[in-house]
Design a protein around this ligand. Structure first.
Ligand code: GLV
Ligand code: MN
Ligand code: MN
Length: 432
């Protein structure tokens, strides 16, 4: 017997036997999948072994709850509850099951698990939805394998040209086309899916809070107002590989020195920006070629992540960091090349939908703060196309993209309660 079966209560509801998924037990079932012994935490990347196991879990769990499950041509998975009387475009919910390298247990899985749990509760209580509810597991939200975040939702919405995706390569040089084909997808048919998008009337994503805004307000659940504009840039610095002992200091062309200037510039330029712009810039990934401790590097690749309130503020920040890096490259006699890998425009979530969620969830929760976030989400992509809102579950330390990310069991259950209240309200006759 699986942990899910062990921990599920079995109930009679609306004339059928339904099972209520306990979110804490379901997360415990996912915990062994994709453990990263080297980095700590979890590494689950698009269609790798761990991601495939997560997908199997999604499929099996959704089927065991009586949902219809299908995949789309962009590697997203969908579980639908569409009983008699549920008509028209659906209320979408869900999140993603992939992770950053060595990430935490909740960024992604909490939203998927909570959606399944909330729908199982609605089934159990005999709720008769006026619209179908569709639960998404979006592919490659973190962009950890191919560099482009929200790959599945961007393809679905036609935000990302399909031709751009196939040639993307992972760190082992394997192309996205090959990975998709190997997993049974046709790379020729990825891309905008207007009919599937038209099947969603709105989208509500629950996510673990990233940052620490709810704890000081003593609130287990919050609502999102918007997402900072953000993007990723690949910076390639080429120098001259040589011997660490035999090369005179004045004849070196060391790209590591330039990389170090770029990393310093990322912090310094973000600090110089007007604090109201919430500018932040990070270098979290570096590749050194050849990477020998007694060799001057020949090439360094680094990835700059930059974010700010508005699109033009992000672009100005990046221009400043790149100008500093170019200056350092000139001084060291190195070449530098910069390319934009992704850009996500600033998002404001739908105020009317957010108000409706507030009205639905506040009777059980009391204060429900509305908070902005600096983290990207599939909900941010969908917000450009349909009314979209987000719920955040309190993260006591605020830490995310790290194995130390967490939320208490009580707050996880409060989040599922809030999502259940939200989905019930959005699929009730008084909310057409
Ligand atoms: C996704 O979590 C991002 O903001 O990078
Ligand atoms: Mn994330
Ligand atoms: Mn996420």
């Amino acid at each position: 017997m699986t942990a899910v079966e062990t921990d599920e209560a079995i109930h009679e509801g609306a004339g059928t036997v339904t099972r209520v998924l306990d979110p804490v037990a379901a997360l415990a079932e996912l915990a062994p999948i994709g453990r990263d012994e080297a980095r700590g935490g979890w590494s689950r990347h698009l269609l790798d072994d761990a991601d495939q196991k997560m997908r199997e879990w999604f499929f099996n769990t959704a089927v065991s709850l009586g949902l219809d499950v299908e995949g789309d041509r962009n590697a997203n998975q969908w579980a639908a509850w569409s009983p008699e009387g549920a008509t028209g475009p659906a209320v979408g919910t869900g999140s993603h099951l992939d992770s950053v390298p060595g990430g935490g247990p909740l960024d992604g899985p909490l939203g998927v698990v909570s959606s399944l749990a909330a729908v199982s509760r609605l089934m159990d209580e005999g709720h008769r939805p006026t619209r179908p509810i569709r639960i998404a597991n979006f592919a490659e939200e973190e962009g950890a394998r191919f560099g482009v975040p929200c790959l599945g939702s961007q393809l679905l919405c036609g935000e990302l040209a399909a031709e751009r995706v196939g040639p993307l390569t992972d760190s082992a040089g394997v192309s996205a086309s090959e990975v998709l084909r190997e997993a049974g997808f046709d790379p020729q048919t990825i891309g905008a899916d207007p009919s599937r998008l038209a099947d969603l009337a709105m989208y509500v994503e629950l996510h673990v809070e990233q940052g620490r805004q709810l704890a000081p307000l003593d609130a287990p659940v919050g609502l999102a107002t918007g997402i900072l504009a953000h993007g990723r840039w690949r910076v390639t610095i080429t120098g001259r590989g040589d011997h660490a002992g035999a090369t005179e200091l004045d004849s070196r062309h060391d790209p590591m020195l330039v990389a170090s200037s770029a990393i310093q510039a990322a912090r310094a330029r973000a600090l110089l920006a007007d604090p109201r712009t919430k500018a932040r810039a990070t270098v979290g990934k570096l590749q050194v070629v050849p990477g020998g401790s007694n060799a001057i590097a020949s090439e360094v690749r680094l990835w700059l992540d930059a974010r700010a309130e508005h699109d033009d503020e992000v672009r100005a920040l990046v221009a400043d960091v790149v100008a500093d890096a170019r200056k350092a490259a000139r001084g060291e006699g190195c070449e530098i090349e910069v390319s934009e890998e992704s850009f996500s425009t600033r998002v404001t979530f739908d105020v009317d939908l957010t108000d409706r969620l507030h009205a639905a969830i506040s009777p059980h929760l009391g204060i429900v703060p509305r908070i902005p976030t600096g983290a990207g989400h599939d909900a941010g992509i969908l917000a450009g196309y349909i009314p979209t809102a987000m719920l955040f579950v309190r993260n006591p330390d605020g830490v995310s993209h790290s194995p130390h990310e967490g939320a208490s069991d009580d707050d996880i259950r409060a989040g599922v309660g809030a999502l259940t209240d939200a989905l019930r309200a959005l699929t009730s006759p008084e909310h057409p």
